[in-house]
Design a protein around this ligand. Structure first.
Ligand code: TRP
Length: 341
């Protein structure tokens, strides 16, 4: 069975984009067909200026929402990255295989570092090294597949490079993973700016639907979505990105096809109304389940504790093997390694 690993960073409230573009597929497909791990990658939330109380709250909330969205701890492993030391243990060792040039070439670093400089003056070193930690997240578990959006494919490429390089230098240790892109129809864009992704990091925008938004809020945001000049409802991503986005959201929520759905509408208003209702319907059960889970925090804590134990047991042998391969003396408690080759 393929092993799947993916992570979600607790830097904002989870959005409809996170759900339709990623989490729903984890719940409906990946956890059933593979040996899957889904991780709230809290350490990655510390690479830019952060508020500790907010990260704490968002990490708990993200984990709770993953469960509310249908991830089943009987079928997959759900855990917090910082609960499993193997991630940082492996990250340092991979830093000894990666180069500074590689890090500086990462698009996200090139985009985010100047932004941080503009804002506060300094760039955390962890922003530069973060792709190595991400590689460690993936390689520690011998994941074959990494379901991620386009913006993360460069990091998965780096992960592959590091795995291959390590294997060549120090002997075969890592599975070389590959990125599996999400289904095309589920790329949800910002309702106010349909050429940019509905990301969770820019929280305030009225173009972002959060998983926990009340129905009235969802309706307001969808009804105020930016559409395009013109009046016919046509599915054309280039010329009519706003309308195309609504059609894709509607299609993703109802299981239809955006192009076919376009033919059902004579006005933008009717399309918005149906899209709003479809989103409200999809989010309803998630909000209800989230409420139940919040009423029983010890259940969620237990899931995360058991998840971390399972994850640790999976990662530990790989990271121990990396220690040995790279030339570190095993800790006494570790199994005795093979005789010196
Ligand atoms: N970097 C990813 C993001 O910003 C999150 C992430 C961290 C991740 N580690 C991962 C995704 C491992 C997949 C696998 O969205």
């Amino acid at each position: 069975m393929a092993r799947v690993f993916s992570g979600i960073k607790p830097t904002g409230h989870l959005t409809l984009g996170n759900y339709l573009g990623a989490v729903r597929r984890w719940a409906e497909v990946d956890q059933h067909r593979s040996d899957a791990l889904f991780c709230v990658v809290d350490l990655h939330a510390l690479t830019v200026e952060h508020d500790p109380a907010r990260v704490l709250r968002l990490s708990r909330q993200a984990a709770t929402l993953l469960l509310a969205s249908g991830l089943d701890p009987e079928l997959c492993t759900v855990f917090l990255q910082s609960h499993v030391d193997e991630h940082t243990r492996l990250s340092y060792l991979l830093e000894c295989v990666a180069t500074d040039g590689e890090m500086r070439r990462m698009i996200q670093y090139k985009e985010k570092a100047p932004r941080e400089r503009e804002r506060g003056g300094s760039v955390r070193l962890s922003l530069l090294t973060y792709p190595v930690l991400m590689a460690a997240d993936i390689l520690a578990y011998g994941a074959d597949e990494v379901p991620v959006g386009e913006d993360q494919t460069q990091h998965v490429e780096l992960t592959r490079d590091l795995a291959v390089r390590f294997n060549q230098r120090y002997g075969h240790t890592f599975v070389v993973p590959r990125a599996t892109p999400p289904v095309v129809a589920a790329r949800v864009m910002n309702l106010q700016d349909p050429t940019s992704k509905m990301g969770k990091s820019d929280d305030s925008g009225s173009g972002i639907v959060h998983l926990l938004d009340e129905p009235a809020v969802v309706r307001r945001k969808v009804m105020r979505a930016v559409t395009d000049s013109g009046r016919d409802v046509e599915y054309d991503r280039e010329a009519r990105p706003g309308v195309a986005n609504l059609l894709e959201i509607l299609a993703a929520c109802t299981g239809g096809d955006p192009k076919a759905l376009a033919g059902d509408y004579a006005s933008y208003g009717a399309l918005k109304k149906d899209t709003a209702e479809a989103v409200v319907e999809v989010l309803g059960p998630i909000r209800a389940r989230h409420r139940e889970l919040c009423a029983d925090p010890s259940y969620v804590e237990g899931v995360l504790r058991r998840g971390a134990e399972k994850a640790r047991a999976m990662a530990r042998p790989t990271v121990d093997a990396v220690h040995r391969a790279i030339g570190l003396v095993p800790a006494v408690s570790e199994p005795v390694p093979d005789p010196v080759r």
